[in-house]
Design a protein around this ligand. Sequence first.
Ligand code: PLP
Length: 641
Amino acid sequence: AALYGLDRWGEPYFGVGARGQVIVQPRGDRGGSLDLVELVRELQGRDLTLPLLIRFDDILEDRLERLHGAFERAIAQYGYNGRYQGVFPVKCNQQRHVVEQLVESGRRWHFGLEAGSKAELLIALSLLDDPDALLICNGYKDRRYIETAILARRLGRQPVVVIEQADEVERIIAASSALGGAPFIGIRAKLSARSTGRWGSSVGERAKFGLSIPDVLTTVERLREAGLLDDLRLLHFHIGSQINDIAVLKDALQEAGQIYAELTRLGAPMGFLDVGGGLGIDYDGSRTATAASTNYSLQNYANDVVATIRECCEPHDIRPPTLVSESGRALASHFSVLVFDVLGAGGHSETVPPPAEGEALILRNLRDTHALITAIAAGDLEVDAAGERAVVERLQEAWNDALKFKEDALTAFRLGYLSLPERATAERLTWASCQAIARQLEGLPAGTVIPQELQALPAALAGTYYGNLSVFRSAPDTWAIDQLFPVLPIHRLDERPTRLGSFADLTCDSDGKIARFIDRGQVKPLLELHGLRPGEPYWIGLFLGGAYQEVMGNLHNLFGSTNAVHIRLAAGGGYRVDHVVRGNTNAEVLEAMEHDPDLLLERLRLASEQAIGRGDLAISDARRLMAHLKASLEQTTYLEA
Ligand code: PLP
């Protein structure tokens, strides 16, 4: 657990069981746990093949409870005379079952939704039936979007149309006058506060969304002239996702608190302050202000929001606003786990080929070097008093020789003096030497000074583990923005890993890889992994990817969505499978590109007939070919185990 940082980022949902398997505690420390490996096995029994996305809806609910609990504690601690009422930004994960679950679990807090487009507005309108929940309307808005929001208010919903661009106010005024009623109105302010992190450009004058202060004032005056100032209820800001440094948030809160106070002074009724998203996730468990972590906890975040806004309101004698946050990542990251199988592993064989009759001198040199290294490793060699240092020196010398002889072998091959099998022998001997040195280094006492060149050997020996997944589909942020997700085997955690490796996916793209890992609290390009055992699966879990990954994933190489399941802890122990969402079939991904699977089959049937006619294809082979094609169309896009 310590190796993969599971004891830090996994808290309180993921841990290691007695048999070295990942254990999931979907309700955190409130009881109930599942053995992830058993679960995968049983789901496979239901024909839910890997890669499989397992959504633990209890975790989603627990995250909601923790978010609300944190704000409730902060409100009590600071004597805040207001409340917290959050919304879920639908863009984070628009899957129907996910949004439905959040609406259902959030009912007791009147938890709402945030939409950033017309399609998301449709989702929010249809699913959010609580009249007290907020429906925050962000993003670019045309007249129809605004009119829909106005009419939704008459349906008994609470839509707040947030003005994000200066010209939107005119559309709101026109739509309100045409329909004889307005939506609740919000203003998104462009803050000048500094920001950091990957999404830091969400702040400042050049930010994509939000009104500058002069535009805020013009907007207020336009709303006043149009008789709509009474509908201005909310101030919104968003300083970017995954805020790493709490100091940045504090600055933003102070600035927004003052703007809020000024808006009330200008005569707007206000009532809500929306601090946007940005509540971060500790992906690497380091609790630092680095890209994959945060230097604050959920409770620190809630405390700062509550305390700072209280400080802004008190001197002005302003009624503290209802605090709204649009926390997406913090709610939805933990609940889904992607499990994929390893199809095979590349690497270098340790086997030394037996010497051939009359072997070339270069090969004999390499063989002698390998024998020498093995002798050092076996401790047969006499070493002087400065034991370790002498061993290291001998190893370095032998490695220099091996490299030189390998170069000689390559040159000889290029010039035609060495055959292909001889070159293979040279390469095998070099890798075997490398492996022997790496093993010997491992056995040296801690603190032994090892030259950099030798330190790099274990990495040079690293293997590529071929994963049955598409990074572009299931973890696109690892490719697009170097996002770090915890990745580790979900079993054999009681067994010392013996290899270093990284993952390559199924796509024909060298970018399709996972090569950033958490290793004992550090980010490394290689992960310690286990050797594959014939006939035994090796299952890998990718954790904390419940936010943004599914929807940002694409169809590169036509790998479609994976199978997904929603799991709930059952009342009497064990679990229930609440929903099964089958992954895209090959037919579906072909149709997404305007291909017609029936037409495709028909063309191939005709081609088979012609081949039969020419005598090139037996009828039985034609039948087998058509059966493969039909079966493939109905199956998911991933490899069969
Ligand atoms: N609200 C707005 C306006 C956003 O742009 C975003 C995402 O960047 C969010 C909320 C959600 O942010 P997060 O997932 O970091 O909580």
